[in-house]
Design a protein around this ligand. Structure first.
Ligand code: NIG
Ligand code: FE
Length: 399
């Protein structure tokens, strides 16, 4: 996908395909990539080992899941059943279930069980070809409990083959046991937690849930001002049930605005004119039984569209990025190239990562190979044809 634009619609005619291709990897990176005869000539001078990945395989960049909450305790199977019996997500949250239920379970969990949970989910993602995974905190909701989560994510990262990109989501909701208002809570987090995140290098990204029942655009302003001033990247849970979050994302030059199921033409134009990546989360639409983000309209308006799993115990328990991206493509009429861009280089942009997402000289040797000679089979099989080989930073991670 080298040479494709970051923003806007993409046709399948634009997808750059190298037939009979080869990659030379040196250490963690792609040293050269191109047609096999050309690559072979270059490799001769390097005394390289020749790994022949059979014929009839299609290679893609390692997939990037730019939005997950895979660090948590407990299960919310009962919320799923309640929703399917007619209760809404916000009603369940107001009645004390929802995010708060997972906060209670996550606070009870030990660090080692949180690490195990993250590792198990990240390893499953790796077998599906996901080599980079963003992981949010947000089920601790106090300085100490958020630190417990972010330290668990950092420890899991050391033990995983995939790259985990941590994000602080202490602004997921005002904790029900907090003795003070939203402004007091956010001030405490930004004053006490942000400096520790910097010192221990626990997260470079700050996220907030801008929504009814969580934080309003006005109540999050001082928090994001502080985060920006300290040099954090901003990302926003925006326009999930009501609008307002995408405006906050644009105002704070966020790297991404995620969800967008409720975005209308105004929000579409706003994001399309900005450099904020619009991230659709089809897994949340599938588990909540609601509409998908208007991905087609975002692309037609010129936005950069990423697609992420939102894997979490409440609104998106499935956690299969390829299934979800393929289904979004079918509902929203996205070209194969738009879907693949959304889970590779456009997802890298949503994480502000310049070293991956494209198979290109100098970038990380993260790539996956599918058992087919036709790239169209990959999305056509809607996630049921996992890659047979997964290379992470030049090493075979799954085969
Ligand atoms: O992205 N919308 C807010 N946060 C998560 C859900 C978290 C939860 O329900 O546990 C989301 O869907
Ligand atoms: Fe989320």
């Amino acid at each position: 996908m080298a040479g494709l634009p970051l923003k806007g619609a993409l046709s399948d005619e634009q997808l750059p395909i190298v037939e009979n291709g080869g990659i030379i990897m040196v250490d963690e990176k792609i040293h050269a990539i191109g047609s096999y005869p050309q690559i072979q000539a270059e490799a001769n001078g390097l005394n390289a080992e020749n790994i022949n990945i059979q014929t009839n395989m299609v290679c893609l960049p390692g997939l990037i899941d730019a939005h997950t909450h895979i660090c948590f305790g407990g299960s919310r199977a009962k919320d799923y059943a309640l929703r399917n019996s007619g209760k809404t997500y916000l009603e369940i949250a107001k009645a004390g279930g929802g995010i708060w239920d997972t906060v209670t379970e996550t606070r009870k969990a030990t660090t080692s069980s949180l690490i195990e949970g993250v590792k198990t989910r990240a390893d499953r993602h790796l077998t599906h070809g996901v080599t980079t995974i963003e992981v949010k905190s947000g089920y601790g909701l106090s300085v100490q409990e958020e630190l417990k989560m972010l330290r668990a994510i950092a420890l899991a990262k050391e033990q995983c083959q995939s790259d985990l990109i941590p994000t602080c989501l202490a602004a997921h909701m005002v904790p029900k046991d907090y003795k003070g208002g939203p402004a007091d809570y956010l001030l405490e987090i930004s004053t006490s937690l942000f400096p520790i995140l910097k010192k221990e290098q626990l997260a470079k990204r700050i996220d907030a849930f801008v929504e009814e029942g969580a934080f309003s655009p006005a109540s999050i302003a001082a928090y994001f001002d502080k985060a920006k001033a300290m040099g954090f990247d901003i990302t926003v849970h925006a326009d999930q049930f009501s609008t307002g979050g995408s405006g906050v994302a644009v105002k704070y030059k966020a790297v991404s605005a995620d969800h967008l199921e409720a975005s209308s033409e105004k929000e579409i134009q706003l994001l399309a004119k900005s450099n904020v990546v619009a991230t659709a989360l089809p897994g949340a639409s599938m588990a909540l039984g609601c509409n998908y983000a208007p991905a087609r309209r975002f692309l037609n308006a010129g936005a950069a569209l990423a697609i992420a799993s939102d894997w979490n115990p409440g609104s998106a328990p499935m956690g299969n990025l390829m299934v979800q991206a393929a289904v979004l493509g079918a509902f929203e009429k996205l070209s194969n190239t738009e879907v693949l861009a959304g889970i590779t280089y456009r997802a890298a942009a949503a994480l502000n990562l310049q070293d991956r997402g494209i198979l290109k000289t100098g970038l990380l040797a993260d790539f996956i190979a599918f058992p087919t000679n036709d790239y169209q089979e990959i999305l056509y099989q809607q996630g049921m044809m996992p890659p047979s080989l997964v290379y992470k930073k030049g090493k075979l991670a799954v085969n």
